[in-house]
Design a binder for this molecule. Structure first.
Ligand code: GLN
Length: 485
């Protein structure tokens, strides 16, 4: 009944008492139970009803009061199973809430479920979690992926079940599925949002992410999530901006750059046409648009650099899943036997492969040639990006090479055709910059998006320019009607 409504639309209904938080929670849970996209790890029925029944009087100045949302299952939730969509954590029930969950609960938003992901957030297809494939709600034939790793959160938001969702982003895991699912998907500046309770994948790249169906909602949620948390020593002490209040003020920073080689790596004519149209829209609104260049060898090195660094960090961070500290009680009489049994049975093929690659890069004899070399190259990449952002306020690019691929087309996206177009969003993680994807068009009934990246801690400006893009495309608040079936 309340399917597809935004935070502010629901807020109005709540404040005028046309609906209660309990009505909204029950409605969302009913939709969640009918979910046909394999997007849920766990529906928090009892918890949601309990929370929604005890929120007191409506809070007119708190847009999150009583609003239902979902949580990617790589974030700890107190007394609620949290699996990372991996068999190794089957049955694990954390004793504390992740900082972002706690902040949303304190703001009196209502969590209604935990969502599927690529196993432990390592992947981009939404197919590698222990529950299998998560489907794209826009595609009735159920042949297209929704993208990952935040597949479940993307599918639930795109189907209109809740207005926003928590996700995470190490290489593009919020912003790529946003493009494939017609959502606004945002990753903040590295350190802006506490990662306490988020399962680490590659901490030098990881951030929490947010999905919603318009920029306003993303700004509201980001403002609540941001700020120092002493339990995450990497979280920033910088004051948090008034993202929502300032959203509709015209952005003072108006220089947008397009990295020519990345744009040209996209071959899909419909995506390019829609992208160019939005560029014209920006020009009409008085933005200065400049084409800039990056060397091809640097662009071709993005994926290998990302892969070496992220796999190495992931190998180290997941060493605690040894069948003793974390993971099921396993067979064996020595630590090595127990660990090897737990990990052999607990992990899927794809991430085992990543751990092998990560271990290889970290071996003493290889470290210099692989891990350190990747780190040096990362520095080169970051310098190149920061140079662009000295004279330009934003970088604007197509977010993905095409609409959501079919499952059978997705296996080899590492060919030259896709190497740059499918992997450039990790620039935002290398440099720790805020980055947001918005829908800009449709092809064959499937949405696709573009991405804006700004300077570190300039979230306020990034949201303002995104809001203008939303006016240019007119694609706010779209969702896959009937996509829950
Ligand atoms: N798709 C990328 C990968 O496979 C990004 C994952 C992420 O951001 N969590 O690692």
């Amino acid at each position: 009944m309340y399917e597809g409504k935004s935070i502010l639309e629901l807020h109005e209904l709540l404040v005028s008492k046309k609906v209660t938080p309990l009505d909204l929670a029950k409605d969302a849970i009913e939709l969640a139970k009918k979910d046909n996209n394999n997007a849920f790890e766990y529906i928090m029925e009892q918890e949601a009803i309990e929370i929604a029944s005890n929120l007191g009087e409506p809070e007119a100045n708190n847009p999150l009061w009583g609003i239902p949302f979902v949580i990617k299952d790589n974030m700890s939730t107190k007394d609620v199973p949290t699996t990372g969509s991996s068999n190794i954590l089957k049955g694990y029930v954390p004793v504390f809430d992740a900082a972002v969950v706690e902040r949303l609960k304190n703001a009196k938003a209502v969590p209604i479920g935990k969502t599927t992901l690529d196993e432990l957030a390592m992947g981009g297809t939404g197919t590698s979690g222990h529950l299998g494939i998560t489907y794209n709600p826009w595609d009735e034939s159920k042949t297209r992926l929704v993208g990952g790793s935040s597949c479940g959160s993307a599918a639930v938001t795109a189907a209109g079940i809740v207005p926003f969702a928590l996700a995470s982003d190490t290489g593009d895991s919020t912003r790529k599925p946003a493009s494939l699912a017609g959502l606004v998907g945002f990753k903040p500046t590295w350190s802006r949002i506490s990662r306490y309770g988020l399962f680490p994948f590659a901490p030098s790249l990881d951030t929490v992410g947010v999905f919603a169906r318009n920029v306003e909602d993303v700004a509201i949620v980001t403002e609540v999530l941001s700020g120092r948390d002493d339990r995450d020593s990497t979280s920033s002490t910088k004051p948090v901006g008034k993202y929502f209040e300032n959203l509709k003020n015209s952005c003072e920073k108006r220089r947008i750059s397009i990295i020519k080689e990345i744009r040209d790596s996209v071959k899909d004519k419909d995506v390019l046409d829609a992208f160019n149209k939005t560029v014209e829209g920006f020009k009409k609104r008085g933005f200065e648009i400049k084409e800039v260049s990056l060397p091809n060898d640097l662009l071709l090195s993005l994926f290998p650099t990302y892969f070496v660094i992220s796999c190495a960090e992931a190998t180290s961070n997941n060493a605690n899943m040894d069948g003793i500290k974390f993971g099921p009680l396993s067979n064996g009489t020595t630590f090595e036997e127990v660990m090897s049994d737990a990990r052999t049975r607990g992990f899927g093929e794809l991430i085992k492969r990543r751990f092998v690659i990560g271990s290889f890069a970290l071996m003493k004899e290889n470290q210099h040639d692989l891990f350190l070399r990747a780190q040096k190259n990362r520095r080169r990449i970051v310098e190149a990006i920061n140079n662009i952002l000295k004279e330009n306020d934003f970088i604007y690019l197509p977010a993905a090479p095409s609409i959501a691929p079919k499952f059978n087309e997705a296996s080899d996206r590492l060919s030259d055709e896709y190497l740059i177009a499918d992997n450039h969003l990790c620039l935002g993680n290398f440099a720790g910059l805020p980055s947001i994807t918005l829908p800009i068009g449709f092809k064959d009934g499937m949405p696709f998006g573009a991405n804006l990246m700004g300077r570190a801690f300039e979230e306020k400006e990034l949201f303002q320019v995104s809001y203008e893009l939303e006016q240019i495309t007119g694609l706010a608040n779209i969702y896959a009607k009937g996509g829950n079936k």
